[in-house]
Design a protein around this ligand. Structure first.
Ligand code: GRF
Length: 209
């Protein structure tokens, strides 16, 4: 059974979706860099171990990442799931977990890497928006995309309404991708990412129109 560790900084609604999904893997622990993160309460209510590792207590990014790395090894984690984890990770940490670490980003990557994605979509007047689950690599929001949730932007949409609509898509696609990894439907190999035993060319898209 795949052992999953989830890294959080905030509310943890994606963590909740993973807990509620009854994955065939096991969530063995949740790490937060913020002691006040509500995600910790969600984990505790589900009987999942938690660790608070405050980045401010370490002299630099590498020292903080080393402590997280050790915690993940202690939990014997196979898969690391970033769910609203608001720290940039050092190259060494990312390399150590390459092919074993996922993130979800609130845009249709490669468009709108970085922050304020909903505002940027509205500013541009895009018709489509959504979220992307991808492997984490050293370049920000640039690892291979595995799945995307796609929605149509309406002229009534605001930053808040888009944030809410994208969030509910996240809660569908993130557990699905994690389950695909747990079940071997998605495999990270030296020859690339396999989906149902074939090389994945495009992320799987879930459309909510
Ligand atoms: C989500 O919008 C996700 O796309 C981004 O961080 C947010 C996390 O939300 N990476 P939550 O803490 O899971 O509610």
């Amino acid at each position: 059974m795949i052992k999953i560790a989830v890294l959080v900084s905030g509310s943890g609604s994606n963590l909740q979706a993973l807990i509620d999904a009854n994955l065939s893997g096991q969530i063995v622990g949740v790490i937060s860099n913020k002691p006040e993160a509500f995600a910790l309460t969600r984990a505790q209510q589900a009987g999942i171990q938690t660790a608070v590792i405050e980045h401010r207590q370490y002299p630099n990014r590498e020292a903080f990442d080393d402590v997280m790395h050790q915690q993940l090894l202690d939990w014997d984690a196979d898969l690391v799931v970033l769910a609203g984890f608001m720290r940039i990770l050092s190259e060494k940490f990312v390399k150590a977990w390459e092919g074993k670490m996922l993130n979800i980003h609130p845009s249709l990557l490669p468009y709108y890497k970085g922050m304020h994605t909903h505002q940027r979509v509205l500013n541009t007047g895009d018709v489509l928006h959504g979220c992307t689950v991808h492997y984490v690599t050293a370049e920000l929001d640039a690892g291979q995309a595995l799945a995307q949730g796609v929605l149509k932007v309406s002229h009534h949409d605001t930053v808040d309404s888009l944030a809410m609509r994208v969030h509910s898509l996240e809660h569908v696609i993130y557990p699905q991708v994690v389950e695909w990894i747990c079940s071997g439907t998605i495999q990270h190999t030296e020859d690339g990412v396999l989906y149902r035993n074939e090389k994945m060319q495009e992320p799987v898209q879930f459309c909510k129109f």
